[in-house]
Each structure stands twice: as C-alpha cells, then as structure tokens.
Design a protein. Structure first.
Ligand SMILES: Cc1cc2nc3c(=O)[nH]c(=O)nc-3n(C[C@H](O)[C@H](O)[C@H](O)COP(=O)(O)OP(=O)(O)OC[C@H]3O[C@@H](n4cnc5c(N)ncnc54)[C@H](O)[C@@H]3O)c2cc1C
Length: 420
C-alpha cells in the first residue's frame, strides 16, 4: 500500500516520528488524532518482518483507543488466554489464565504476525491523519544548542538515485527500535550486565498445540539447569514461532552454527522435543543478541524516545509491544499538552517517564527472578499463594497501578549473576 503512493513531503511538520513500528505508529496516530501535523518516517518497505509475535492483555487499552480491537477480533490471529511455564525442560506449572483474577474484555489477547500487525497500526495512523513515508531513512537530527529542531531524511529518487531533505519540526520522536537512533547519537544507552542474552529462533509447521482454550497459549520452557529457555508462540496456519534464549556465550560459542546451537539446547528440553516430533521447520534460523538496554534520559527539549528506542528488557514476558504501544500513548498525550501550553521542555515532554520507568522496573524484577539460578516460581508461589495475583498482573501487563513492593520484598534479592 505505502510504496505505491508515497506522499510529497513538506519542509515543516509539528511532529516528526522516526520509525514506523508499534511505538512510532501509535505515537504518530494519536498526535495526528490530537490535530497536530504528524510525519512518520519508516526506512523499510511495509509490511516488514519483525520478531516479537506474542501480545499481552494490557495492549488492549491502547489498541481500543486506536480503534483496532474489532479488526483484531476479525483477524485470523490465534487467541491467547494464558501463559504456561515449564521447568527443567519438562515440568509444566499450572497455566496463568489471564481471566483468573479479572474476567473482562481485555483478559484475552492475540498472537500476531508482526508484518501485518505493524502494517495495520501504520494504516490506522494514516486514517487518523498522519503522513507516512516508507523507504525513508532518517540520517541526521538537527539541534539548536540542546533543542531538537528537525531531521534529514533520505528517500528514493528517480532512477535509483537518493534524495536528501531537511525537515523542521517542534518535536522529534525517536521510535527507531533497537537502532536507538537518538539515544546512540547522544550517548545515552546503558546496557544491563545481568541480561547479556542472545536468541536463535525459527518457525515450524504442525507443532503440537494443546486443545481448546490452551491452543493459543504461549509456552515458556526452561531447559535443564536453567541453561536456556524456549518460547512456543502459536501463529496462524498452524505455524509456531520457536525461539531459544540464553547467555550470549552459551548460545553463540565459537565453532557452532545457529542450527547446531539451537539443536543442542533443544536436546535439553524434552517437552519441546515432544511438541516438535511431527513438525517441519519452514524458515531459516534467525539470531539476535545484546538487546537489553535502557536510555539514561528519555526526553530533552524538543525530543523524546519511545518503545525499544527508549529501552528493552528481555523477551521472556512478551512485554515489548505492550511497552511500545503504551509509551506511544503516553508520549502523544505529553506532546499534545506541550502544544497546548507551548512548553516543549524536557520536563513537559518527559512528564510521563517516571511512571513508565516504574512499570518497566516491575517487569525487570520479574525477569531477574526468572533468570536467577536458585529462584523457583513454583516454590515461591507455594510459600506465598497470596502473591499469585501479583505475578498474574505483571504477566498481563497491569504494572502501572498496583504496588508490587510486598511481592518483591518476599522474593528477596533475585538479581542474576553477571555472565562472562
Ligand atoms: C528475541 C526477541 C523476542 C521478542 N519477543 C517479543 C514478544 O513475543 N512479544 C512482544 O511484545 N515483544 C517481543 N519482543 C520485543 C518487540 O519486538 C519490540 O519491543 C517491539 O518491536 C518494539 O517496537 P518499536 O516500535 O519500539 O520498535 P520496532 O518494532 O523495532 O520498530 C522500529 C522501526 O524503526 C525503523 N527505523 C530504524 N531506524 C530508522 C531510521 N534511521 N529511519 C527510519 N526508520 C528507522 C525500523 O525499520 C523499524 O521498523 C522481542 C524482542 C526480541 C529481541
């Protein structure tokens, strides 16, 4: 859709969003809906492939605000009602059903192909008034002192030539995902030494799913001695996304191919071997690594960071798209307020970031517990059944309202050891 009708860009917009993933599309859709002239620049063709197919229930509210829930209900994306954890490669825990404590419309979510899901978000941004240009790579950001004033974008010209254009704006939103365009330029990225992980993943047809309500469940399987873990994410057409995550030195040792490393970890996980017994791999092995980081500062005069460009913790609880959408929503409202008050300061544009950081921290602590070699959720919940609803709330993504301190205090310090 986008490539066949690229817009002619003007030299000024109120808001320029760099990146058209969930964070950029939601920010741009909602600033446009607020009435601000918004340009979203995406370097890829759309649709484009992306890892990260499992949603969590609290994405519902941003999707509802964007007017997309009906389209998801009409889609072929599998319904996800729960997540289930397996320890030592084979022992299943009771599934965490999202409707166990709150049975409401948002207690069910979806497993999505990210190419079509992200395209749907970008198309919605256009419907709400944003201008979207794909195949448009931002190659520079302009500042007047510390105030952001615009970007330089490179698009395709006639006969495979390239055209560079300077565009000024009141607010630049960096939604460039793991490229973290502004945070890298401004030297703001901090990595988390306790989470130096890598992932190898691929897709199988006809992997065994559980029946009924559990058919669309995400399964998280820790391998023997917690050396690594696998995800099992059911997708349309009986395709399942299977990924393996571990410390980078474990997953990418010298001399092993991605396939060999994946197979070695699979052999440590009998429950996954059993599910793949009659399955056929339908894609090459893909890999990514060193994706956990956080920007020390999320906003400045005339600029802000959203989604992965602001930070990413870990794939284990599928929190990435939720945090991308939620930060987009927070950012759009802060930008609207900035236009209303003509205050484009760090304080105004970053006004949502304390509450967001608190929510991110809740996920991070539960990620630490997952990787701690001596911590067991099964044991913890047996000793403290009163905290099962806290853990379920975090798995749902309901992290911004409740106070989780008592739950984490009972876990003690669960920071995992730093790997070599
Ligand atoms: C191994 C792994 C597994 C994951 N699994 C899950 C999961 O199951 N569920 C989940 O919710 N999350 C998951 N995630 C996280 C999820 O993929 C991300 O959190 C999510 O995609 C973030 O959205 P975003 O919009 O911030 O960034 P992205 O989706 O990465 O979008 C950024 C966009 O910016 C564009 N861009 C970059 N640089 C420029 C530039 N200079 N100019 C123009 N455009 C640019 C890119 O082309 C891209 O389209 C996973 C992540 C990893 C690493």
């Amino acid at each position: 859709m986008f490539e066949s009708q690229q817009p002619v860009l003007t030299d000024h917009y109120d808001v320029v969003v760099i990146g058209g993933g969930p964070a950029g599309a939601s920010t741009g859709a909602l600033t446009a809906e607020h009435g601000h002239r918004t340009l979203i620049l995406e370097r890829s063709d759309v649709p484009r492939f992306h890892v990260g197919e499992s949603l969590i229930p609290e994405t519902y509210w941003t999707l509802q605000r964007l007017g997309l829930v009906e389209r998801l209900r009409d889609s072929a994306y599998p319904r996800k009602y729960s997540v289930q954890f397996f320890s030592e490669g084979m022992k299943p825990s009771a599934p965490f059903y999202f409707d166990e404590y709150k049975n409401c419309e948002s207690s069910q979510t979806w497993q999505v192909w990210r190419d079509t899901f992200d395209q749907m978000l970008l198309e919605r941004a256009v419907e709400l008034g944003a201008t979207v240009h794909t195949q448009a790579q931002v190659i520079d950001a302009h500042f007047d002192g510390d105030r952001a004033t615009g970007v330089r974008v490179r698009t395709a010209g006639p006969d495979s030539s390239r055209v560079d254009q300077d565009i000024s704006c009141r607010v630049i939103v960096d939604a460039t995902g793991q490229s973290a365009f502004l945070a890298s330029r401004l030297g703001l990225k901090d990595t988390d030494p306790a989470l130096k992980k890598g992932t190898i993943w691929t897709y199988f047809k006809d992997a065994r799913r559980d029946p009924g309500k559990d058919e669309g469940a995400t399964l998280i399987m820790q391998t023997a001695e917690k050396q690594s873990w696998f995800w099992f994410i059911p997708l349309p057409d009986n395709v399942t996304s299977i990924g393996c995550t571990a410390d980078m030195d474990v997953l990418f040792p010298r001399g092993l191919t991605a396939e060999e490393s994946f197979q070695r970890e699979l052999n440590r996980c009998p429950a996954m071997v059993e599910r793949l017994k009659n399955a056929t791999r339908v894609r090459d092995y893909l890999k990514t690594k060193d994706y956990s980081y956080y920007a020390r500062q999320g906003a400045g005069p005339g600029w802000m960071l959203v989604g992965d460009a602001y930070g990413f913790i870990d794939p284990v609880y599928s929190s990435g798209v939720f945090l991308a959408l939620k930060s987009g929503e927070f950012a759009a409202d802060a930008i609207h307020e900035a236009f209303e008050t003509q205050d484009f300061s760090t304080e105004q544009l970053g006004s949502w970031q304390d509450i967001h950081a608190k929510g991110v921290d809740v996920f991070r602590k539960l990620v630490y517990a997952f990787y701690n070699p001596t911590f067991s959720f099964g044991r913890f919940l047996k000793m403290h059944p009163e905290f099962r609803s806290h853990v379920t709330d975090i798995l749902i993504g309901d992290v911004f309202k409740r106070d989780f301190n008592a739950c984490f205090e009972s876990m003690g310090d669960v920071t995992p050891p730093v790997s070599a």
